[in-house]
Design a protein around this ligand. Sequence first.
Ligand SMILES: CC(C)(COP(=O)([O-])OP(=O)([O-])OC[C@H]1O[C@@H](n2cnc3c(N)ncnc32)[C@H](O)[C@@H]1OP(=O)([O-])[O-])[C@@H](O)C(=O)NCCC(=O)NCCSC(=O)C[C@@](C)(O)CC(=O)[O-]
Ligand SMILES: NC(=O)C1=CN([C@@H]2O[C@H](COP(=O)(O)OP(=O)(O)OC[C@H]3O[C@@H](n4cnc5c(N)ncnc54)[C@H](OP(=O)(O)O)[C@@H]3O)[C@@H](O)[C@H]2O)C=CC1
Length: 429
Amino acid sequence: MAVNSRLSGLKDLSISERRARVADSTAVEPTSLEVLDPEHGLTIEQADHMVENAVGVIGIPLGVATNFTINGRDYLVPMATEEPSVIAAASNAARIARGTGGFATSTTEPLMRAQIQVVDVADPRAARLRLLEARDELIALANEQDPQLVRFGGGARDVAVHVVDAPAGTYVVLHLIVDVRDAMGANAVNTMAEAVAARIGEVAQGRSLLRILSNKADLRLCRARAVFDADALGGAEVVDDIVHAAALAEADPYRAATHNKGIMNGITAVVLATGNDTRAVEAGAHSHAVGPDGRYTSLSHFEKDADGNLVGALELPMAVGLVGGATKVHPVARAAVALLGVATARELGEVITAVGLAQNLAAVRALATEGIQRGHMSLHARNVAVTAGATSEELPLVVARLTADRAVSGDHAAKILAEVRAGRRENAR
Ligand SMILES: CC(C)(COP(=O)([O-])OP(=O)([O-])OC[C@H]1O[C@@H](n2cnc3c(N)ncnc32)[C@H](O)[C@@H]1OP(=O)([O-])[O-])[C@@H](O)C(=O)NCCC(=O)NCCSC(=O)C[C@@](C)(O)CC(=O)[O-]
Ligand SMILES: NC(=O)C1=CN([C@@H]2O[C@H](COP(=O)(O)OP(=O)(O)OC[C@H]3O[C@@H](n4cnc5c(N)ncnc54)[C@H](OP(=O)(O)O)[C@@H]3O)[C@@H](O)[C@H]2O)C=CC1
């Protein structure tokens, strides 16, 4: 069944109505969403199998971003985040992009690198060539470790050898390049790296030391682009100002870090919801943000097209999988993947990248126009009101006053709450 992600007004429904609407708009059975209730989610027994010294589980809100069209197909995107306004912002930008066809994405092959470091090599440059001569033997040896991966069409594909001059010595570092198919790949690649390390040491005539995947997954890139209509963004000046905002992020690492954090607001939320390794994706992203000149810069680019519309583009490494890790173990992650309806790790990566671009556009548009506080703080007001002690009944009143007063602070919430309660006592008399 074709998904319809244009669910206007989803925010105004109760949670059970929202779930019914989401199930109705996708191919998932409504009962499969029951696992999203905390009492039906990850059990302490399951947690105990996942990590060491487990003593509990922590709940993170899971929401659904609406309006996404990617390569002509609609997706409702599960996002796990503790931060208000993130899911609203992604949905907002996806709604704007939808008017001009949505997001177009592409990806490279799912190639990961493992590094095998060799120390104490007398002739590092000659050792590099000896290792390249042994390429076929090393690939065959690595592939013996994971016949299952090879059966799925993956496996070791190539080697590259770097000579690295470091303060404590010169190292020969062999990169084993592995097609990991639908896995994130760290376990698969690390097993291979450990298995071939001794032979690599022999060929290089040194001692093999580290044998571990590189999170700079620069051979496994995902890309997303979209056109955002100038009028829908607020006009030609808004387009120009977004281009200025993005240009600052390209030139200034202080701004780039925040700009990229905005991208990761979306990316990490989908990575977490689907049970993938957030640290691996974040490490990949930030390493990709360092250009050939060694400068940290923005991951995305915004420019104006010939029609005066804004064009956004994002490219980053995307080491995510649909098998392995917590994806198959965590019941909520399984439900999130089913809801998203992706068939391959590549498709998952492309959706995540589109969400990153949408998130970035929403934040930069807010910054280039009214500022971040109106949209973000009005949604954050709920947290502030709850922290001040508002009950579910008092919450709408306190949030409405906080937003109207444009003063979203704990002190002000406490003052409003006192007034609301005094008013109630007065009415009760
Ligand atoms: C917050 C909005 C979306 C309000 O924006 P708005 O224009 O007031 O919203 P609207 O009421 O006109 O609604 C527009 C659409 O937004 C979505 N939407 C709107 N509200 C909701 C909601 N409550 N729940 C769910 N969805 C919502 C929804 O899709 C809706 O369309 P509909 O489907 O209803 O026809 C806007 O101001 C925005 O996009 N702001 C950006 C917020 C943001 O980026 N937050 C991230 C946290 S700040 C940060 O960490 C990063 C940063 C900013 O530092 C990065 C950087 O510096 O680059
Ligand atoms: N630096 C890092 O980022 C590190 C991350 N990790 C962790 O590693 C985990 C991910 O490792 P990963 O290797 O993905 O997990 P798994 O080892 O659990 O899964 C990969 C394995 O799944 C099997 N498989 C089944 N179907 C497929 C398919 N369609 N495509 C590919 N493989 C398939 C393969 O063989 P088989 O059935 O024989 O296993 C493959 O080796 C995450 O938990 C991550 O946090 C670990 C160390 C370091």
